[in-house]
Write a protein that binds this ligand. Structure first.
Ligand code: PLP
Ligand code: TYF
Length: 396
């Protein structure tokens, strides 16, 4: 039956994890996958999560099926985070939000819905982008192309190229945009540049799909969410996928969402009914535990404040590690200016290192980043930073 089945390629990032786990070098450091580790190199279990889980244990509840679109309080909390509790779209009820299996699930439900709605549209992703963007939209049946974003020569953005590519796109083209903390480069466009992107989306009748996997890792929940408000103010309808994997350190619970901003409450009800069909024919309804935690924390003012402060600690620690990396590389004898690392934001840094250098880092020193030169700064800590700097200095 399966004799003709070919071996599929590994996910380039998750495949690195397997290689790292098999490495016997005691000094090994995993800067491959985008996961936040604390200063002891441990995956955090946030206090707000522990506190809410304790209240769940004190009052055990049976696990019935959830509604197709998930926990109502969860969907409401997502809308408040993404659009703002007092925002016009939330107040007027024109956002359709569903609980999804991680940010990936939100993207996939959105992609399947878009395919039904507009089967001939093309999808544009940034060059480079999170590898799964291309695979996911291709699997949903779309032709996926890219818009210019990063210029390897200048180690910076190619914003003029990005804008040209958006302006050249056909009406109806779906444009996947990283709302903040661009993965993999770490470079975000400025507020003013967002204004130009929004103008292009509007003028060319493009469909914006904002992927918000790192809300809170840039400058804060409200600050990072401000870009959503700009799209709203421009009068656009659009898609937003949300992930709580990183911001709640709940990777394995698969907590995410998809929100679709519609023209009216009545339109949102029709869109929601279609999203529910996509969900029903894929996995019927989402799981309970992770969604209950997030809804519980966000719905309790004290726990909500605790969450934002714990998220703030993660954000501040990553920024401190960026500075330490820049200083450490200089101290280790690197002559070129590496200060661009502190201009990048979020969990990743495009280091500018070549594939050969990244392979050497891995094979000779057990320091794992992707072949493209991406390193997860959120996995650096006070114990491994000197070693990482020394190794990078050697390959440079
Ligand atoms: N989008 C981007 C840009 C990401 O980096 C990630 C990372 O995991 C995701 C989506 C997927 O999020 P999740 O792990 O919640 O599915
Ligand atoms: O880019 C990353 O490292 C994270 C984690 O298929 C990830 O977004 C990587 C690959 C993948 C799923 C998640």
């Amino acid at each position: 039956l399966f004799s003709a089945v070919e071996m599929a390629p590994r996910d380039p990032i998750l495949g690195l994890n397997e290689q790292y786990n098999a490495d016997t070098n005691p000094a090994k450091v995993n800067l491959g996958v985008g996961v936040y580790f604390d200063d002891n190199g441990k995956l955090p279990l946030l206090q707000c999560v522990q506190a809410f889980e304790k209240t769940m244990m004190d009052k055990p509840t049976p696990r019935g099926y959830l509604p197709i679109d998930g926990i109502a309080a969860y969907d409401a909390a997502v809308k408040n985070l993404v659009f703002g509790a007092d925002s016009e779209p939330v107040k007027s009820g024109r956002v359709a939000t569903i609980q999804a299996l991680g940010g990936t699930g939100g993207l996939k439900i959105g992609a399947d819905f878009l395919k039904r709605m507009n089967p001939d549209a093309k999808v544009l992703i940034s060059d480079p982008s999170w590898e799964n963007h291309r695979a996911l939209f291709t699997n949903a049946g779309f032709t996926v192309e890219s818009y210019r974003y990063y210029n390897a020569e200048t180690r910076g953005l190619d914003f003029a190229g990005m804008l040209d590519d958006l302006n050249a796109a056909a009406a109806g083209t779906v444009v996947v945009l990283h709302a903040c903390c661009h993965n993999p480069t770490g470079y975000d466009i400025t507020a003013q540049q967002w204004g130009e992107v929004i103008a292009a989306v509007k003028a060319k009748n493009l469909v914006a799909f904002l992927d918000m996997a790192y809300q809170g890792f840039g400058y804060g929940i409200t600050e990072d969410g401000a870009v959503i408000g700009k799209f709203v103010a421009a009068g656009l309808d659009f898609f937003v996928s949300t992930s709580f994997s990183k911001s709640f350190s709940l990777y394995g619970e698969r907590v995410g969402a998809l929100s679709v901003l519609c023209a009216s409450k009545e339109e949102a009800a029709r869109v929601l009914s279609q999203l529910k069909i996509v969900i029903r024919t894929n996995y019927s309804n989402p799981p309970t535990h992770g969604g209950a935690i997030v809804a519980g924390v966000l719905g309790n003012p004290e726990l909500h404040a605790l969450w934002e402060s714990e998220l703030g600690e993660m954000r501040v620690r990553i920024k401190a590690m960026r500075q330490k990396l820049v200083d450490g590389l200089k101290a280790a004898g690197v002559k070129q200016d590496m200060s661009f690392i502190t201009q990048q934001i979020g969990m990743f840094s495009y280091s500018g290192l070549s594939k050969d250098q990244m392979v050497r880092l891995r094979s000779e020193f057990g320091v794992y980043g992707t072949d493209t030169g991406r390193m997860c700064v959120a996995a650096l800590n006070s114990k491994n930073i000197d070693y990482v700097c020394a190794c990078i200095a050697k390959v440079i």
